[in-house]
Design a protein around this ligand. Structure first.
Ligand SMILES: N=CN[C@@H](CCC(=O)O)C(=O)O
Ligand SMILES: [Zn+2]
Length: 422
């Protein structure tokens, strides 16, 4: 059955003419329609326009459409969270307390905690336990208006458990309303049992894991934690180039804790995105802009690790297309609230209210190769739509730290109404 959203104060369409992530001033163009309508036909957007316009061309659909009154509200595309570590076992609140008492993220990891601690919990958890936990997390994402989530593996660190994580993500994609896009991240840490034999583990990723990921079609992207003490730029390059041979698109956790030329590497090898970038160099930023590499900024991580924020303002001014994301994971960013993350980007990275909306919708969609399907309200795109209890888009960040979701439609179906899953 068709649906018709009417009377919205503002429809943030994010309609754009070229089929690329938005840069510079383009990140501020929200293409807002006042008092317009969105017409939905099954799982797709049939049209966006005034009621008069729609009556001319779509009277057959309008006659039988279920009407959704959005009076006093804002309508926008469903949010896209393009960087998460969704599937994992356990929690790490004790490490949070250790960091509050002065320990650093890398100290904890080098002592066998951090990623190693979650790897242990994830290896010990059964498939159903991981699935149920991640399913509940997806329910929470949906309540915040997030309709697509990227999910990385990387807490298995051997084939048996990496495969388990990827298969959980696959089952979630088949069963949960939220779309789950899978990334293989076997190179998230060198497992403890390979200490001193790091290159051996790199070879296992390249020669044993990547071929199986591709053969079993378990992921679209291949990600590496390129960081001092984790994977070197040379090891990262090898893993990402090998992934390309198997059709996996490269992504990089780059320049997060120490500058390590990860952003330069991302640009050089044609990665779709470089993520984190807290300490990316001027040269790295310049090269990313030149190559069109999307900068996925994760302000929740800087906030929670009390680290310097990435230079988002400078990156946008230099022409880097910017997306933002929660980085939801049990160590450095255990939050699901993308709207809160958007606020952090405004307050600490110098993004404007318009830029954060672009960064968490259409640019985030491009960062997971979905810019043609989601991230804006345009004819032919998926009917993934968020209706907010605010009078205009500026109030979304002005009334910060709150959940303003009124309704979420996923593939044209109402899945959240008044903060309750339907
Ligand atoms: N920095 C590397 N990986 C994750 C954190 C993983 C963890 O601490 O469990 C991140 O993106 O922040
Ligand atoms: Zn991450």
């Amino acid at each position: 059955m068709a649906k018709l959203i009417i009377n919205a104060n503002e429809i943030i369409t994010l309609k754009g003419s070229d089929k690329r992530p938005r840069t510079k001033e383009g990140m501020s163009e929200l293409a807002i329609l006042a008092n317009g309508c969105v017409l939905i036909d099954q799982d797709q957007i049939a049209a966006v326009g005034t009621l008069e316009e729609l009556q001319q061309d779509y009277s057959h659909l309008l006659e039988q459409a279920e009407v959704i009154d959005a009076a006093g509200k804002v309508v926008m595309p469903g949010l896209v969270d393009c960087h998460t570590h969704l599937v994992h076992g356990g929690t790490r609140e004790n490490e949070f307390n250790m960091r509050l008492n002065g320990a650093s993220y890398m100290e904890i990891m080098n002592a066998g905690g951090g990623i190693h601690s979650t790897a242990k919990s994830t290896r010990n958890a059964g498939f159903e336990e991981l699935y149920d936990k991640a399913y509940r997390h997806l329910n929470e994402f949906l309540k915040y208006g997030v309709t697509t989530v990227e999910a990385k593996s990387g807490y298995g660190l051997d084939w048996e458990h990496e495969k388990k994580q990827l298969e959980v993500a696959k089952k979630l994609q088949d069963t949960h309303a939220v779309d789950v896009i899978s990334t293989f991240m076997g190179a998230h840490a060198v497992p403890r049992e390979f200490k001193g034999r790091e290159d051996e583990f790199v070879d296992i990723i390249i020669h044993e894991m990547l071929p199986k990921v591709a053969e079993e079609k378990l992921a679209e992207f291949n990600d590496v934690f390129c960081e001092k003490g984790v994977f070197t730029p040379e090891q990262s390059r090898k893993i990402l180039e090998a992934g390309k041979q198997y059709g996996l698109t490269p992504k990089i956790h780059a320049d997060e804790i120490e500058p390590y030329e990860g952003s330069e590497l991302a640009a050089e090898i044609g990665a779709i995105s470089a993520e984190h970038l807290l300490v990316a160099s001027d040269e790295g930023i310049r090269r990313m802009a030149e190559a069109g590499t999307i900068g996925v900024l994760l302000p929740g991580t800087a906030f929670f690790l009390r680290a310097p924020f990435a230079r988002g303002r400078l990156m946008i001014d230099c022409g880097v297309p910017i997306a933002i994301s929660t980085d939801f994971n049990p160590g450095s960013s255990p939050t699901i609230s993308l709207p809160f993350i958007m606020n952090l980007a405004c307050m600490n990275m110098g993004l404007t209210l318009e830029e954060v909306l672009t960064a968490s919708t259409i640019n985030a969609a491009y960062a997971i190769n979905r810019g043609h399907l989601i991230g804006s309200l345009e004819t032919g795109k998926k009917a993934d739509i968020l209706i907010l209890n605010v009078a205009n888009y500026k109030q979304l960040q002005y009334h910060y730290g709150m959940n303003h979701t009124h309704m979420v439609l996923k593939n044209g179906e109402i899945v959240v109404k008044d903060a309750v899953l339907q």
